[in-house]
Design a protein around this ligand. Structure first.
Ligand SMILES: [Zn+2]
Length: 411
């Protein structure tokens, strides 16, 4: 006897309607829709063609510095300005404050269908390990609602002071899931990467770097990241966020670099809300779109995904914690308007993201966790383009969020 059976579900990768059965929090039945004999189930939900997705995956977000707009005086319009301003605000962060803002963002994300999330938590002399302690506690507290992956993130660099190296090691001992790094905010790139990869390798953890966040084609750390990935044998276990410098490199060279990225199995996370906001300013020539070249990377076989990055702060004044909002932004800015593109974009927030984050028990397949999202839309294009609601969100078969919408209009 199943606990729940969803019938007549549209899915991203299947032409025909399907039936999906859940028992003890796992998907145990998956078949083309049958009008005949259905497996017995305590509860049957007829989706009548609505999309059923695996839980959305937020690949890259900063909970600890989210929702700071009301503390900012004046606009911040450069990356260095955003780092400096956030550094000032960070002095006044407390555990209760980080907890409250993080919880608000997670709640929004869950309502939008997110059941797994990778968050970068800052580790430095200003905040010490307060962010780590707070988000680790949230991870435990919310484990029945969302899986949080925590990246120990040295936003201020690792070698600009004498304590961050030790703090990074402590963060890993406390339970960080991923070792973070930043290629543009430290004294020496090689030294920085060596530290990050050595720490990750020692503990068997993946690496997730903020990399090449600029409009300048000469600022390309990615080749050094490729080299270091291969040196440590970490192919497939490294992600880079931003990578916008590659978007202004000449096409022939960008293609060769994309091939090297694909060869090293590095996942690329496009972070368009921040990149479009901060890049492309103050340059004499048109600066392109300020994004990593999503299509070119895809063409070369790179696993490209996207993330929210920031929610309403100095880096990005916008944000609703809905990965599909970011998917629409990528569609609009990376010439991805076809039906096939829409499917790829939804995969970027689901299965492709799961690959980047090395998620277990994930997907619309037998044996996976029943993390499921019932969409109001019946196809991927209307899901993305009309920002349609996620009606119901399930974590391991349990209903964790529901959105009811009713509108009135005279016409
Ligand atoms: Zn980031």
């Amino acid at each position: 006897m199943l606990d729940m059976l969803f019938t007549q579900c549209s899915t991203i990768d299947h032409k025909f309607l399907r039936d999906v059965g859940v028992k003890c929090g796992k998907i145990v039945h998956l078949a083309d829709h049958s009008n005949g004999l259905l497996p017995e189930s305590r509860e049957v939900v007829d989706l009548q063609g609505k999309l059923l997705l695996p839980g959305l995956v937020e690949t890259h977000i900063h909970l600890d510095k989210a929702l700071l707009l009301d503390r900012l005086s004046g606009d911040v319009t450069t990356l260095q300005g955003a780092i400096a301003k956030s550094g000032e605000l960070k002095r006044f962060f407390t555990a209760a404050d980080i907890n409250e803002r993080s919880l608000r963002v997670i709640r929004q994300a869950v309502i939008h269908g997110v059941t797994r999330m990778r968050c970068h938590v800052e580790v430095d002399p200003v905040i010490g390990l307060i962010g780590m302690e707070t988000i680790l506690a949230l991870k435990e507290r919310l484990k029945d609602v969302i899986d949080l992956q925590i990246v120990a993130f040295p936003q201020e660099g690792i070698f600009r002071d004498c304590v961050t190296q030790g703090l990074m090691e402590q963060a890993v001992s406390m339970g960080a899931d991923v070792v973070g790094g930043i290629t543009y905010n430290d004294r020496n790139l090689e030294e920085h990467l060596d530290f990050v990869f050595r720490l990750a390798h020692k503990h068997g953890l993946p690496v997730d770097l903020h990399a090449d966040f600029s409009d300048r084609p000469e600022q390309l750390a990615i080749l050094e990241v490729v080299k270091t990935t291969e040196k440590f044998g970490m192919q497939g276990r490294v992600s880079v966020g931003h990578l916008t410098s590659l978007g202004v490199v000449r096409k022939v060279r960008a293609e060769a670099i994309a091939e090297a990225i694909a060869e090293a199995g590095i996942h690329v996370m496009c972070l368009p809300a921040t990149d479009l906001y901060l890049n492309g300013r103050g340059v004499e020539q048109a600066a392109g779109r300020g994004l990593t070249p999503v299509q070119l990377l895809l063409d070369k076989g790179v696993n490209v995904v996207f993330g929210s990055n920031n929610i309403q702060n100095a880096f990005t004044p916008f944000g609703t914690a809905d990965p599909l909002d970011i998917g629409l932004l990528v569609a609009q800015t990376s010439h991805m308007g076809s039906e096939k593109d829409a499917g790829i974009l939804v995969e970027m927030a689901t299965t492709r993201a799961a690959t980047a984050l090395e998620l277990d028990s994930y997907g619309l397949r037998i044996g996976a966790d029943a993390d499921l999202v019932v969409c109001q839309a019946t196809d991927v294009r209307s899901l993305l383009y009309t920002r349609s609601e996620r009606e119901k969100v399930y974590k391991k078969g349990k209903l964790i969020a529901e959105t009811l919408v009713s509108s009135n209009c005279v016409i």
